[in-house]
Design a protein around this ligand. Structure first.
Ligand SMILES: NC(=O)c1ccc[n+]([C@@H]2O[C@H](COP(=O)([O-])OP(=O)(O)OC[C@H]3O[C@@H](n4cnc5c(N)ncnc54)[C@H](O)[C@@H]3O)[C@@H](O)[C@H]2O)c1
Length: 360
């Protein structure tokens, strides 16, 4: 089947997205809306007036709920009322440095929030397919030049990573305890460092670069030698969509999946910085690593063989294209319609994806 045929599955389907006001969730909402899905979102308020969710006005085109995932009593009635068929759970406290400031909030949101969504999923008559978004940081980091496989141990040094490792264990427990031999299927998905337009979260490298450039300030860089698997936001989202579409057809995909970039996109912060400055056409930086005393993983990469061979998914954009898409958004968002800008990037991406893999 071709990609189009899989993506058509979402037409007319009711899809619940948690975290739809956030960076990845807003892009997923726009993409699913474009595919003809009836999108229902559950999240907290967007953080800034220039978030992609706000600027794209996608909230006007979907059913937009504000509720706290730490409280099952807030989530359950929405699921019962809306009767969605598919769930993408993205809502989380996703920032490593914030997890050091507020570990309790991080664990409550990322672990108990996931428990609550699993419980709402279990109790729902309508929900049949669930994709739970964790992170590449869920793996016990051995700080070696090693690409993590889905079967590697969960772990986590900082509270964010540990909360996502714990969420993975919870998802696996629910799958085995409650959903075997039922018509309900859940998968967990682990992506790397995602970049793209509309992200304004502090302590994220591209956001720091763009903010400094746009304010004519020096870019402050922590850990320039840290290696990360950089990917455009549309790459893992495409993986989540393909996975959900395949899960709707067959049982065998309800497992854990890595959706990272190709090896050539696994580069240092310094390399990403240089390329972003070149693509933007301006920017100066300084290393502020000395200021930061908190532990952050040095080496992190994902083995994506399973998604490539068993799902027939693969990354579409190389590193330069990943940066071009990202910088393009940040250069144009002030003067153009942001919904159209996102849709242009989504349709471009879908064309590249289709041309790249004639049969999947
Ligand atoms: N951005 C990345 O580089 C990256 C990489 C790997 C994994 N992830 C994961 O992807 C998901 C989305 O990340 P993002 O970058 O879009 O984050 P984001 O901060 O932009 O969005 C987070 C979303 O979660 C919602 N949320 C947070 N706490 C909530 C609560 N208590 N109740 C209800 N909603 C709540 C927010 O309102 C927002 O909609 C997260 O699970 C994150 O851990 C992100």
């Amino acid at each position: 089947m071709e990609i189009d045929a899989y993506l058509k599955i979402f037409k007319g389907k009711k899809v619940l997205i948690t975290g739809h006001t956030g960076f990845k969730g807003s892009w997923l909402s726009i993409w699913l809306h474009h595919l003809g899905a009836q999108v229902v979102g559950i999240s907290l308020d967007p953080k800034t007036n220039q978030d992609n969710f706000v600027l794209s006005k996608i909230g006007d085109q979907i059913t937009d709920y504000r509720a706290d995932i730490r409280n099952l009593d807030e989530i359950q009635p929405i699921v019962e009322k809306e009767q969605p068929e598919i769930l993408f759970h993205l809502a989380a406290q996703p920032i490593v440095l914030d997890s050091y400031t507020d570990p309790v909030y991080t664990f409550k949101t990322n672990v108990m929030g996931t428990v609550n969504l699993l419980e709402a999923f279990r109790n729902s008559k309508s929900l049949k397919t669930g994709v739970f978004i964790t992170t590449d940081k869920c793996y016990e980091n051995v700080e070696k030049d090693y690409a993590y496989k889905e079967t590697d141990s969960m772990g986590g040094y900082d509270p964010y990573s540990a909360s996502k490792g714990a969420a993975e264990l919870v998802i696996s427990s629910y799958r085995r305890s409650f959903f075997q031999d039922t018509d309900k299927k859940i998968a967990s998905v682990r992506a790397g460092n995602v970049i793209g337009g509309g992200d304004w979260a502090p302590f994220r490298i591209v956001v720091d670069i763009i903010n400094a450039i746009q304010k004519n300030e020096i870019i402050e860089i922590r850990n320039p030698i840290a290696t990360r698997p950089w990917q455009h936001v549309l790459e893992p989202l495409g993986g989540y969509l393909l996975l959900a579409a395949k899960m709707m057809k067959e049982r065998k995909f309800d497992e854990a999946w890595n959706f990272g970039p190709e090896k050539e996109n696994i580069v240092t912060v310094r390399e990403l910085l240089d390329k972003t400055i070149a693509a933007y056409g301006q920017g100066e930086w300084k290393d502020v690593s000395e200021k930061e005393k908190l532990h952050e993983a040095k080496l992190l990469s994902l083995d994506i063989t399973k998604a490539k061979t068993q799902l027939n998914w693969h990354p579409v954009l190389n590193l330069d294209e990943t940066i071009e898409y990202t910088v393009d958004w940040y250069k144009r968002y002030k003067s153009e319609d942001v919904f159209d800008l996102c849709l242009e990037q989504i349709t471009d991406y879908m064309t590249l994806w289709k041309n790249d893999s004639s049969l999947i």
